[in-house]
Design a binder for this molecule. Structure first.
Ligand SMILES: Cc1cc2nc3c(=O)[nH]c(=O)nc-3n(C[C@H](O)[C@H](O)[C@H](O)COP(=O)(O)OP(=O)(O)OC[C@H]3O[C@@H](n4cnc5c(N)ncnc54)[C@H](O)[C@@H]3O)c2cc1C
Length: 248
């Protein structure tokens, strides 16, 4: 999997801070020269996150190039409707013999990896032979498994990225999308550290778990350790890194 931040709002945190100040100022901010103190912008962003005044975050937008993710993860990612997507077309682009994702958990089950790769390779070979016989790619692809890889561009704003991170950095989310969102947050943090400082699951970010009986138990562990998250303590697993492979 590769994730690259290819474009973003210039000075995203200054833009968000300026947008937020507009709400509270009678000055004609449009006519003032654009600029500002990055440290003051960070403090203001922290207050916005504390208070739940999140609409100014929508003015900071990030575009990512993502490659080598499975169609499983594509389906999960595109459930996030406030992002924009451009996805490699399986009608146009041929699927290569080793263009598939192998879940790491296969390695923990004796014989699973061999069984899995034989099945996936056979399906991709079937696809190739159908195309050779003259079947259009768009129809030959019906024999392909969800493990085959794809590439995409996606654009979303900081508010939506925080929401995606809150849902997909949770241990209940699957390992591949957790890894993807972790990398997206890491990339965005390079240019917008204050905006991304609270990216993480609700247990770490807010000290709550919405999963009910499906909870992984991390919030209880954090409470026992006296480290349950709160509005000022979040941060996506300390460094925001998901525990890859432990997802549901
Ligand atoms: C661990 C996990 C397991 C999941 N399992 C399943 C499953 O088994 N089956 C399944 O179908 N899905 C499943 N999902 C997907 C989930 O139901 C959501 O579709 C997905 O997470 C997107 O969330 P969202 O709608 O909040 O986000 P987005 O689409 O990114 O929307 C962002 C926010 O905008 C608002 N919004 C967007 N569109 C509307 C609208 N039309 N009307 C009102 N408000 C809107 C909402 O406040 C929403 O939270 C799972 C997700 C996770 C994280």
């Amino acid at each position: 999997m590769k994730v690259r931040l290819v474009a973003h709002t210039p000075a995203p945190e200054l833009v968000v801070a300026r947008a937020a100040r507009t709400c509270y100022s009678h000055l004609d901010l449009g006519s003032l020269p654009f600029g500002g103190d990055p440290a003051a912008a960070s403090r203001l962003i922290s207050r916005l996150l504390d208070s739940g005044h999140l609409s100014p975050l929508e003015h900071a937008v990030f575009t990512f190039a993502v490659s080598d993710v499975s169609r499983v993860t594509l389906a999960q990612l595109t459930r996030h409707r406030l992002a924009s997507y451009s996805v490699e077309s399986q009608r146009q682009v041929p699927v290569g013999p080793s263009s598939y994702v192998e879940p790491p958990s296969l390695l923990r089950v004796p014989g699973a990896r061999e069984l899995f790769s034989a099945q996936v390779r056979s399906a991709i070979d079937c696809y190739r032979r159908l195309v050779e016989l003259g079947v259009r790619r768009e129809d030959a692809r019906y024999c392909l498994p969800q493990a085959v890889t794809t590439s995409l561009f996606l654009t979303l704003n900081a508010r939506e990225l925080l929401l995606v991170a809150s849902q997909r950095l949770c241990r209940r989310a699957q390992w591949e999308i957790r890894r993807l969102v972790h990398l997206m947050v890491r990339e965005a943090s390079r240019v917008a550290p204050a905006l991304m400082a609270r990216a993480g699951p609700p247990c770490l970010k807010e000290g709550v778990c919405p999963e009910g009986r499906f909870s992984c138990g991390r919030l209880d562990e954090l409470r026992r350790a006296g480290a349950a998250g709160g509005p000022r303590q979040g941060g996506g697993g300390g460094d925001g890194r998901p525990e890859v492979g432990s997802g549901a």
